[in-house]
Ligand binder design. Structure first.
Ligand SMILES: Cc1ncc(COP(=O)(O)O)c(C=O)c1O
Length: 408
């Protein structure tokens, strides 16, 4: 591991790990049914892969692709992919059926609905995952209970309530809210559908990760239509690391020795993956405290224990970013150059692109740019994992310039 000195608040660790075996639960054969299943969910459509050609020219790279997950299932974020697949797998186990033989509508049929109507799904969330759980549970005629950490956005809480959940904000941070949801599920005999794993709780979060592979596969298909076989660089933002681990683990299986150079990006106050990489003892390490950041979806202090190993073994770099990096990404995507398309990207969706723009534009960050081998041949893939899920804050950042720029 090599530590890069802090510049403009940006800290990085470069990996010297040689990749181990690819994670088998994210192999092509293990995940091949996932996308088929998603196509049966009402409203499924591949989200746009936006090619920002003028931005690429401006930054001096070959291509900048942004997968716009604000279009996913009308939920303004990607989380419905993990939730629909994981809940379906839970139901398949209960009903003793094979997921490859059923559609999402199967669970809504009267005879199945009768069997599952008393099920309660419980989860903790910074917003997007909980909204997806509420949305899926309601469609299936089931109940959901959703806990949010302190200082959560009231707009996000309202979205979750509107989707049908019994939702509330607790006076604890994200990781403690996860513990509360586990306790609640145990107390009422509910089903915990948490998008992070810990020792003894791996099955459901692994299904959630498998669910995320649909967007990774879609992106590759969409690039192929433009004659691009693989990106050279992928930037993945991390909260607990399930999203990043799901995508990276899948790409590790697909690309093997040709894996794109992958950078894990986190907010500085909740950089548990960066902290774990820096410790360099193979173990996940937690960050505690308020986890205060505008990137609410990434405000998680305890790594997913399964995906940590994927991030440890396959990522090339881990970067800890101050909030202005996300704000910059939101603004860059909201202000397209020339004929480039606009992408409405929220705080947790935009940080990867914000980092890319800084690496390519700021001479002071050249060391990190060079370590990542970013140059005029680079084909960069970012995932904008949410739209304006907190519209008031989005406007403050994008319209009013709230949150400092690098120059302040
Ligand atoms: C918009 C958005 N992006 C990224 C993430 C990160 O996902 P993970 O916690 O799996 O790292 C989240 C998690 O809530 C999110 O809401």
């Amino acid at each position: 591991m090599e530590k890069i000195n802090k510049i403009y608040g940006i800290k990085a660790v470069i990996s010297d790990k040689k990749a181990n075996e690819q994670p088998s639960f994210l192999s092509e054969s293990e995940t091949k049914g996932v996308r088929n299943f998603h196509t049966t969910v009402e409203g499924y459509k591949a989200t746009p892969l936006v090619s920002l050609d003028n931005l690429a020219k401006e930054l001096g790279v070959s291509k900048v692709y942004v997968k716009d997950e604000s279009y996913r299932f009308g939920l303004n974020a990607f989380k419905g992919l993990g939730v629909t697949y994981a809940i379906a797998k839970v139901l398949c186990e209960k009903l003793d059926v094979d997921i490859n033989s059923v559609s999402f509508d199967y669970f809504k049929s009267p005879e199945v609905a009768e069997k599952i109507k008393d099920m309660v799904f419980v989860t903790a969330t910074d917003g997007n995952h909980g909204r997806a759980v509420a949305w899926a549970a309601t469609q299936l005629g089931c109940k959901s209970i959703v806990y949010m950490p302190k200082d959560s956005s009231l707009r996000r809480l309202q979205h979750i309530k509107d989707a049908g959940a019994d939702a509330s904000i607790l006076d604890v941070n994200y990781d403690d809210a996860v513990r509360k949801s586990k306790e609640k599920a145990e107390e009422i005999g509910g089903y915990i559908v948490q998008d992070t794993a810990w020792e003894g709780y791996e099955k459901v979060p692994n299904w959630i990760c498998q669910g995320y592979t649909t967007m990774a596969a879609e992106a590759l298909d969409q690039m192929k239509l433009e004659g691009v076989i693989r990106p050279t660089h992928v930037f993945l933002q991390a909260g607990v690391g399930s999203f990043a681990g799901g995508i990276l683990g899948y790409y590790a299986n697909i690309f093997k020795a040709q894996l794109p150079i992958t950078t894990i990006v986190e907010p500085e106050k909740a950089a548990c993956i960066y902290k774990s990489a820096l410790a360099n003892d193979d173990k996940p390490h937690a960050v505690t405290g308020d986890l205060d950041t505008i990137m609410a979806g990434l405000a998680c202090g305890e790594p997913n224990t399964v995906t940590w190993e994927i991030l440890r073994d396959f990522a090339s770099a881990y970067v800890s970013c101050p909030d202005y990096v996300a704000a910059r990404g939101m603004r860059v995507l909201a202000n397209p150059i020339g004929s480039d398309e606009k992408v409405v990207s929220g705080e947790s969706g935009a940080v990867g692109l914000g980092l890319v723009s800084l690496l390519m534009e700021r001479e002071e960050l050249k060391e990190l740019k060079d370590k990542l081998q970013l140059d005029e041949n680079s084909v960069i893939l970012c995932f904008s994992t949410e739209g304006d899920t907190d519209p008031d804050h989005y406007k403050k950042v994008v319209y009013d310039g709230k949150n400092p720029s690098i120059f302040e």
